[in-house]
Design a protein around this ligand. Structure first.
Ligand code: ADP
Ligand code: MG
Length: 260
């Protein structure tokens, strides 16, 4: 069963500062079904982070609309969580790791014990069970990002937006976190929109891959990824179809990249 969860129609965003204007993107349209993982790839600076901020309701688009379950997004919806590219600004420095993960759960109908359980579970998911009482500034950048991911997962949002979430972690942790997203999506029926500049990652995680053009971005291609589930780091990445898809995505990006 699928249903349109997120609908993006003719979305545009123009940054204005004094006399200068910069069009991040002019006209982006796509839809995401419930339970889907859609990966967004595109050249650096093409507007991916701006797009996610518009989808989340944090930034008001200058044209077009975003609807979640048929309702236009004008502020950050309750059922949404976001993992930012810039981990250093996403955690509360005065709260412990456990406190950071627990904080958004206060808006959920959960008992104190249930909240604690969720925090512990999320910390074990990201391999940070020992860090519950530490403060963000006592952790490495990669660890802070894992806390931000744990916080989003513990919240169990219907829709999760992730902006290059694994860029600051090592390769082994990255593979584990990719599989964690797949696992949590399967167990808790989450819809995920994930921006990455890693072509292989977009194919490994995505049910679909959206390729954006260079700035100002537009959707140049939507590829369906028909790889069997459950995916696995060795089998899936070695499959002929995986190699074919990654080549196709890479070519699409290259064709849209600036030539100068
Ligand atoms: P990406 O995430 O794809 O690398 P961004 O969405 O961060 O791209 O940025 C898209 C374009 O908008 C870039 O050219 C960037 O310099 C510009 N931009 C981003 N944020 C701002 C801002 N707050 N004010 C003005 N321009 C911005
Ligand atoms: Mg970005």
């Amino acid at each position: 069963m699928t249903e349109n969860m997120l609908e993006v129609t003719g979305l545009g965003h123009v940054y204005r500062a004094k006399e200068q204007t910069h069009t991040a993107f002019g006209d982006i349209s796509f839809a995401v079904d419930r339970g889907e993982i859609v990966c967004i790839v595109g050249p650096s600076g093409c507007g991916k982070s701006t797009l996610l901020r518009c989808l989340s309701g944090l930034l008001r688009p200058t044209s077009g609309t975003v609807s979640l379950h048929g309702t236009e997004v004008t502020e950050v919806p309750d059922e949404l969580a976001m993992v930012f590219q810039d981990y250093s600004r996403s955690l509360f420095p005065w709260r412990t790791v456990a406190g950071n993960i627990e904080f958004p759960l206060r808006g959920r109908e959960l008992s104190k014990a249930q909240r604690r359980e969720r925090v512990e579970e999320a910390l074990s998911w990201v391999g940070l069970s020992g860090a519950a009482t530490k403060y963000p500034w006592q952790l490495s950048g990669g660890m802070q990002q894992r806390v931000a991911i744990a916080r989003a997962l513990a919240y169990r949002p219907m829709l999760m937006l992730m902006d290059e979430p694994f860029a600051s972690v090592d390769a082994q942790t990255r593979a584990e976190l990719e599989d964690l997203v797949l696992q949590v999506r399967a167990e808790h029926e989450m819809t995920v929109l994930l921006v990455t500049h890693d072509v292989d990652e977009s194919v490994y995680l995505g049910d679909r891959v959206l390729v954006l053009s260079k700035s100002p971005a537009s959707v140049v291609e939507t590829l369906s990824v028909d790889l069997p589930a459950p995916r696995d780091q060795i089998g899936t990445r070695g499959a002929e179809e995986f190699v074919r898809l990654r080549t196709e995505v890479a070519q699409r990006i290259r064709n849209t990249a600036p030539t100068s």
